[in-house]
Design a protein around this ligand. Structure first.
Ligand SMILES: [Zn+2]
Length: 512
């Protein structure tokens, strides 16, 4: 096995003063556009001075956002589900790719939280709560929330808000983040790191609450334009915020988190409605993926101790009485409750009737796997791969089936192919490392974990993993050259004042 990494370390964006400590490498894997921010574009952005006289660059924003993401991921609040992520990412990119600074990377993710909220972190990380997704009545309403948050990012409201309201706080956060990097290098325990992440999260929450009214109007205005251009009903944003506002008036005790940061005033609604009316009317049809993902999230976020089947008691199994999404949701609930005997025939029926919907194939494959029928699961997922090569959820479910069927070599192969061709999520890299490890490709497993830590911004841990990879006696010359080159890149990316890394190759045992 000789994996060819397409990933590369993008040029470091230079920072000055404290911000230099924040300027970790940008995203390794572009979500869509190139990860580097082209200098000429950065020059067009408004000048933003900080108390330290430095600039909160896009790289700084990304580093802060990534830090918060790491905290969210470590606390288990992010729903790591390939099928859900695939849909949210494609919906979000449909909007963000039309934004003026659409060359920026966006990561759209779901937070497992029943409250109704959405937020944009510095660096283009946009989260919505499962409660909000379930509360939307159509895809244009969901697109409206995304378009609004995307616009906060592209208009750089977050950076401005951080700087306007908390110059000292920015400096102390930068100092705290610098301390994390130092403590990581020095091997200080995780408590200090968690404290610093909490600070960064507090900063994000604070900035979320303190967008100016002008910022909100601008995010509405820019967002409505994005929606119209992407083919959604531009009324979707006002519809959703308006409905939330109406329900709050009916029961004043019920105020969604989203409305605390986004007060719905009649002036704001009138402006949003008027803005939407300037675009030609659109009859937007919800995608099948929207309806299915809503049911999937409903089932996957069922609180523990509750039976996901309860919601679907009144849903019949035929399409005359129920929507396809409801039938899927009911079968998924049965599968989650361990009732594969009922779930499998329904999924088989859905695959036969709608072969273009990959979520039906992966659900069937997973249910067959759970029922212990590895052969049927592999057949189902192989067929799905033929229909949609390199589809991320299909490949991940196929690899999981291969692992369960005792074929880790093949699992490593298909995941490596995906890794080399599609920007991976951290969870995906972890699965790839697991497959490599089970296949006996231990050195590759270490090198994947290095990539995982690089995505997390933890360069010392990444370097440690590469040193472990280099210490595996059986590695080939090609592997040695690749790991060494990567290690050198990381050493050069490390903050200058950290302890000096060992000389290249210093940790290698003699080759056997
Ligand atoms: Zn807003």
């Amino acid at each position: 096995m000789s994996p060819l990494f397409r990933a590369r370390l993008p040029a470091l964006l230079a920072g000055i003063g404290l911000t230099a400590w924040l300027a970790l490498p940008g995203p390794l894997f572009a979500q869509q556009a190139a990860p580097e921010i082209k200098p000429e574009i950065q020059d067009q952005l408004p000048e933003m001075g900080t108390a330290a006289g430095a600039t909160l660059s896009l790289a700084d924003e990304y580093s802060i956002g990534r830090m918060v993401m790491r905290g969210l991921r470590d606390s288990g609040r992010i729903l790591e589900d390939p099928e859900t992520n695939e849909y949210l990412q494609s919906l979000g990119l449909r909007l963000s790719s039309l934004a003026q600074s659409g060359n920026r990377d966006f990561t759209f993710f779901l937070v497992n939280d029943p409250t109704i909220n959405a937020f944009a972190l510095p660096g283009g990380f946009i989260g919505i709560h499962s409660g909000l997704l379930l509360e939307t009545r159509n895809e244009s309403e969901l697109a409206g929330v995304y378009a609004h948050e995307v616009s906060h990012v592209t208009q750089r409201h977050i950076a401005r808000s951080i700087e306007d309201q908390s110059r000292t706080s920015l400096v102390s956060t930068a100092a705290t983040l610098a301390a994390i990097l130092l403590s990581a290098v020095a091997g200080v325990g995780p408590d200090a790191t968690m404290g610093a992440i909490a600070t960064a999260q507090g900063l994000a929450a604070q900035s979320q609450l303190n967008f100016t009214r002008e910022n909100e109007y601008e995010a509405d205005r820019v967002g409505i334009g994005l929606m119209a251009n992407a083919g959604f009903d531009p009324n979707g944003m006002a519809d959703f915020f308006g409905e939330m506002g109406r329900r709050t008036q009916l029961s004043p005790d019920w105020v969604p988190e989203l409305l605390k940061s986004h007060p719905v005033t009649s002036a704001r609604m009138a402006e949003a409605k008027g803005r939407a009316a300037q675009y030609p009317p659109v009859i937007a049809h919800d995608s099948m993926s929207y309806a299915i993902t809503r049911e999937r999230v409903r089932v996957l976020t069922t609180p523990s101790g509750r039976d996901p089947r309860d919601y679907y008691v009144s849903v019949n199994d035929n399409e005359a009485d129920s929507s396809v999404a409801q039938i899927y949701g009911k079968a998924l609930a049965q599968f989650m409750a361990g009732d594969t005997a009922h779930a499998i025939p329904t999924f088989e029926h859905l695959v036969a009737a709608h072969p273009e919907v990959m979520q039906f194939h992966t659900a069937l494959g997973q249910a067959q796997l759970a029922a212990g029928d590895n052969k049927a699961a592999l057949n189902t997922l192989e067929r799905a791969r033929e229909l949609a090569p390199r589809n991320v959820p299909v490949t991940i479910r196929y690899a999981q089936a291969l692992l369960q069927a005792g074929r880790p070599k093949r699992a490593h192969e298909v995941l490596l192919d995906l890794f080399n061709n599609v920007p991976p999520s951290p969870e995906q890299i972890r699965l790839t490392a697991l497959a490599a490890n089970q296949a006996g490709d231990v050195a590759d497993a270490y090198s994947y974990m290095a990539e995982y830590h690089i995505m997390d911004g933890d360069l010392p841990l990444a370097m440690n993993q590469l040193e472990l990879a280099l210490s595996v006696p059986s590695i080939t010359d090609v592997q040695r050259a690749r790991y060494s080159a990567r290690l050198t890149e990381l050493r050069e990316a490390m903050p200058k004042r950290g302890p000096q890394p060992p000389a290249p190759g210093g940790s290698q045992p003699p080759r056997s």
